[in-house]
Structure formats: structure tokens, C-alpha cells
Design a protein around this ligand. Structure first.
Ligand code: URA
Ligand code: SF4
Length: 186
């Protein structure tokens, strides 16, 4: 068994995929190392790559607001991404990159032991839930997987592009809040 810091160190020196060559800072993840809820995005964007922190750009600001709307502070939960290094020009991570990096997410889950995992967007859901996952069809449904419940919802960047998705996203947030209550998290 490793600690989160040890796994972060593996990532700092990781050359398992091409993304290490173009990133500025590693974005390992942040928050409560004992969190009951974990949010998993896709990969670092421009501001994340500059700061080394997940979800700090426009999508991140919206994520923080969405969390606050269901009375969750960022510090209580753990936030990370499928890939820990920024894909050039914010392209989607390629399949081999996600696969290579998934080992680190597995360690994060093993160490933190969340009761709930929330996938933000299709890249996250395809890597964690099912390779054929589509957000429009399958979002908002709870799945028991090993020791945790997992659900996928819109990526906040997708909500910024299309406001009409906000209603469904709000339903998902309320569902996350109820599941957390049901599991005695709050
Ligand atoms: N989008 C993501 O998927 N992750 C981040 O950390 C920021 C934007
Ligand atoms: Fe390693 Fe992940 Fe970075 Fe690829 S994205 S180099 S697998 S830490």
C-alpha cells in the first residue's frame, strides 16, 4: 500500500505516455485524503496545467458553484482527473493515455476509499463505468461498483457550452446529495 504522496511522486516522474513531454505542471488531484465523495474529470486544461491544481479555470469555477449548491465544500471532497498531465490544446485524452494513467486513479481510489464517485463527462465515465457510455443516455443513473456507488453527469464545460443541460445537471446534483444522505455521509 502507498500513500497519496507516494503515488503523486510516481506521477511526477511518470513517462508512461506522451503527455509528460508537453505538460507544465502535473495535476495529481486535491482535497480530503479521506473523502467520502470523489469527483473525476477528464484532464487538466490551460489554467490547471499552469497551477498544478484541478478544476481552477472557468469549468472549475462552475464546479465549485455546483458543489456549493448542494452544500459541499471543495475541501471536504477529493477532485482529480483521468489523466494527470494536460493534453496539448485541451484535446481529449487518447485511449492509450487514459489507460496508462488509470493506474494512478486506481491507487487514489484504493487509498481514499470514497463511497461515491462522480464522473464528470464522457471521458471520465467511459474509463470508470463503461467504454460505450454516453452522457445524454446514461447520466444520472447509480451503479454499484466494488465498494462504491458511481454516477456520471455533464462535465461543467459542457454546461457552459449549452445552458439547456443545466436542469438535468441539477437533478443529478440533487441525486448525489440524496445518495450521500442515504450513505450517512452528511
Ligand atoms: N476540465 C477537466 O476535466 N479537468 C480539470 O481539471 C479542468 C477542466
Ligand atoms: Fe504518466 Fe498519466 Fe502523465 Fe501520462 S498523463 S505521463 S500516464 S502521469
Amino acid at each position: 500500500m502507498y500513500t497519496l504522496n507516494e503515488v503523486k511522486n510516481f506521477c511526477l516522474y511518470c513517462k508512461k505516455c506522451r503527455l509528460h513531454k508537453t505538460r507544465t505542471k502535473l495535476v495529481f488531484g486535491e482535497g480530503n485524503g479521506n473523502a467520502d465523495i470523489m469527483f473525476v474529470g477528464e484532464g487538466p486544461g490551460f489554467y490547471e496545467d499552469k497551477s498544478g491544481r484541478p478544476f481552477v479555470g472557468a469549468a472549475g469555477k462552475l464546479l465549485t458553484k455546483m458543489l456549493n449548491a448542494i452544500n459541499i465544500n471543495r475541501e471536504e471532497i477529493y477532485i482529480t482527473n483521468i489523466v494527470k498531465c494536460r493534453p496539448p490544446n485541451n484535446r481529449n485524452p487518447l485511449e492509450d493515455e487514459s489507460k496508462a494513467c488509470l493506474e494512478y486513479l486506481r491507487w487514489q481510489v484504493k487509498i481514499i476509499k470514497p463511497k461515491i464517485i462522480v464522473c464528470l463527462g464522457a471521458v471520465s465515465a467511459r474509463n470508470i463505468i463503461d467504454k460505450d457510455f454516453t452522457i445524454s443516455k446514461n447520466r444520472g443513473k447509480w451503479i454499484k461498483k466494488g465498494d462504491f456507488f458511481v454516477i456520471a453527469t455533464y462535465h461543467p464545460a459542457a454546461l457552459l457550452r449549452d445552458e439547456s443541460r443545466k436542469r438535468a445537471a441539477w437533478d443529478d446534483l440533487k441525486s448525489i446529495r440524496s445518495k450521500a444522505k442515504e450513505l450517512n455521509i452528511f
